[in-house]
Design a protein around this ligand. Sequence first.
Ligand code: FAD
Length: 411
Amino acid sequence: MVVVGAGFAGASLIRHLPPLLRKPGETLLIDRRQEYAFVPLIHEVAVGRVHPESVRSPIASLCPGACEFLQTEVSGIDLDERVLETPEGPVGYEYLVLNPGSVAAEPGPKLHDYFQHFWSLGDALRLRSALSAAWQRATSPGPPPPPGALTVAIVGGGATGVELAAEVAALFDYLGKRSHRRPSEEPRVVLIEATHRLMEWLDPYFDDAARRALSDLGVEVRLNSPVGQASAEGVRAGEEWLKAATRVWTAGVEASPLVRELPGVHDAGGRSYVDQYLTLPEYPEVYVLGDAGLYTDPRIGPLPPTASVAVQQGPWAARDLRRRLRGAESKRGRPPFRFFDRGYVVSLGPESAVADAVGLRVRGAAAQALYRSVLLYYMKSRRDRILTGADWAMERTLGRVGFGGDQQKEG
Ligand SMILES: Cc1cc2nc3c(=O)[nH]c(=O)nc-3n(C[C@H](O)[C@H](O)[C@H](O)COP(=O)(O)OP(=O)(O)OC[C@H]3O[C@@H](n4cnc5c(N)ncnc54)[C@H](O)[C@@H]3O)c2cc1C
């Protein structure tokens, strides 16, 4: 068996591999990276609340006793010949589990050069440097920087945009209290959304809670404001031209190009439709899990591209493989995948969050505590849990790990 992608779906599959697939030479794990970054926390890395090392883990550590690891990029798949193309040469398979995840949707050719993405740990570190440099310029003696130097425009009011906007506003508040000099202009965080509400795919309860919390943090929310124009100085949001030195694009995701190029039916974002066994209808030996596959649960509808879906699909596919290897191909011996919806939680800055979890709606500090425990639960290793927990605990006593007021600290 070959598993492509060691993210949420791939790692949870490897941890639950049946004994038959744990034998030497049976399972190969491929990922283009050496380390996996826990992306649900990168907005906290971008504002210096969590250290980058706390959210990185080596992929090879998943393998001892379970699989072999090959670090390479899969560039193509021949489903009929059952072969993957890689720079290391062709790799054949009997069963294939594809979990290459998503990529950030491009803002379009006219906007592309004027926005930075917010999708990976690298993006978070670039934003952290940009925010730190902007604050230093605005609080240094000498001629003030041009207007908009401390304005951050975030385009896309999904969960990522909301979480980031809340964190950046809280960062400016934190820096303002610790800085010896007042900045040359008032910091602004503007969250720009094309539709009439935030986080449209979630219940309106999330929109309501987020708008209140963002308003308390001083974030300006612009709804019904599609962005069609931008420059190195700013961005046009609806009718308004906004001067903003820092511009971040958080609007939308697409399936990995590897999956978009597969034969079969895809949704608008390029995800491959999979059947009740999470396999391609024409190729039952190929599972497509996590963000890359689109599964329609009969009770819930199409499942969203979230970590909570991916971490249920990985172990389920491992169980399904065990059944198939024992010869259970019939419907009776092979129950279909069903998603257990535990709800969703969105962070709203260091002190607040909003959650709708197993029928319980909660917002504020209690939801933030729930958010932290859910994220620690999803983390792959005990080491990452301890380091992240320590970053949060130290923030209360020693300050942030990545921003120290007028001076940025790395350690
Ligand atoms: C900023 C941000 C915040 C998020 N917050 C949350 C949250 O709070 N809660 C939540 O439920 N979800 C959240 N998500 C979504 C969640 O991260 C994804 O749903 C989840 O990562 C999907 O898991 P996956 O296994 O499908 O893919 P991933 O976890 O993305 O893993 C894909 C793996 O495949 C590898 N890969 C890709 N292409 C190739 C190739 N061609 N060859 C070899 N390897 C390849 C990649 O290197 C990667 O390791 C967030 C996403 C982002 C970007």
